[in-house]
Design a binder for this molecule. Structure first.
Ligand code: CO
Length: 142
């Protein structure tokens, strides 16, 4: 891996599943983290999210189940609240997904999907990463 590759990938967010978005925000606010006022619903994923910058690149993303059912509802019911995934920002999520897939990593989606903040995202199954769900994300057009 070259230095250029490292520069092309950085931690974008740590996502945490919560039961109550506003109560959870308060916990991180108490740590000195400030959440953006907007709450975003991602219908496709069945979540409502709150975002807080930690530094100039990394964020905390809180995920509250939204709607009838979805992966986050199931996660919360099965495992309870806690850290859900890490997200790395990459330049080209499709190319990175194909590269990882060729190396034997199991991707959740055959093609990238639209995630929060209009980003293009895919996920790598925790079975191929030593137990951590990893999201790869490409900045969307704004
Ligand atoms: Co995420």
């Amino acid at each position: 891996m070259s230095i250029k590759d490292l520069a092309d990938c950085h931690l974008d967010h740590v996502a945490i599943v919560v039961e109550d978005l506003e109560k959870a925000c308060k916990i991180y606010e108490d740590m000195g983290i400030h959440f953006l006022p907007e709450r975003e619903v991602v219908e496709d994923q069945g979540v409502k999210t709150a975002f807080a910058p930690v530094d100039d690149r990394a964020n905390i993303e809180l995920l509250e189940p939204y709607g009838e059912d979805g992966p986050i509802h199931q996660y919360l019911a099965k495992k309870g609240p806690g850290i859900h995934h890490l997200c790395f920002r990459v330049k080209d999520v499709k190319a990175k997904g194909e590269e990882l897939s060729a190396k034997g990593y199991r991707l959740l989606y055959p093609e990238p999907k639209i995630g929060a903040h209009n980003c293009l995202v895919n996920f790598i199954h925790p079975k191929s990463t030593g137990g951590v769900l990893i999201e790869i994300s490409q900045k969307g057009e704004h």
